[in-house]
Ligand binder design. Sequence first.
Ligand code: FE
Length: 234
Amino acid sequence: MLDLESLFNLSYGMCIISSKSDDKLNGCIVNTVFQITPEPPMMAVSVNKKNLTNEFINKSKVFTISILAEDTPMEFIGRFGFKKGKDIDKFQDVNYKIGQNGVPIVTDNTVGFIEAEVTDKIEIETHTLFIAKITACETIDENKIPMTYNYYRAVKGGKTPKTAATYVAKKPGVKQEKGAKDMKRYECVVCGYIYDPAIGDVENSIEAGTAFEDLPDDWVCPECGADKDQFEPL
Ligand code: FE
């Protein structure tokens, strides 16, 4: 038996991994950060090869990890976890400081941070496992509780993007109920919000009876601010 959903029982923490390329900054959400050795302090992280952050780490050989707190809003997770650095500047309107290694450290919703220097890497199918020396680490707010991956999924109702190391494809053959008038309902993969054409979206002045396909291109999820392309039909 290979029940991949059982892997959700493994305990992970939610973090933002950031890096730079010349004067460009980027970051994304990872939940696969772990310490390897205490002395010297070494760590590893798995990052999808499609992520711009992966490209930046390959070039600069440095990155930072911001450990996210439990009370991090879904919109913030959506910004770093589900939007593409190729499309937006993820650091705009976000508080951060530049670390000793020149890489930004997100300070919003952050319990603590790690700065690291890549010493080795292993290419594994879709992901790169970066092995790195910890060059600095600090707790920023000891009153905050770190967010585990389980908390994100169970309490926040969070989803897993297709590029994540822990993504599990939906099982085929699961029949979902349809919205009114045969128009499909769509689910936000970031926060789980469901757009139902029979209801519309009052917050964004979308009238009932508007098909998802007819929503304006700049329409965003009323719950978390994710773009239209982060929705999947039910
Ligand atoms: Fe959403």
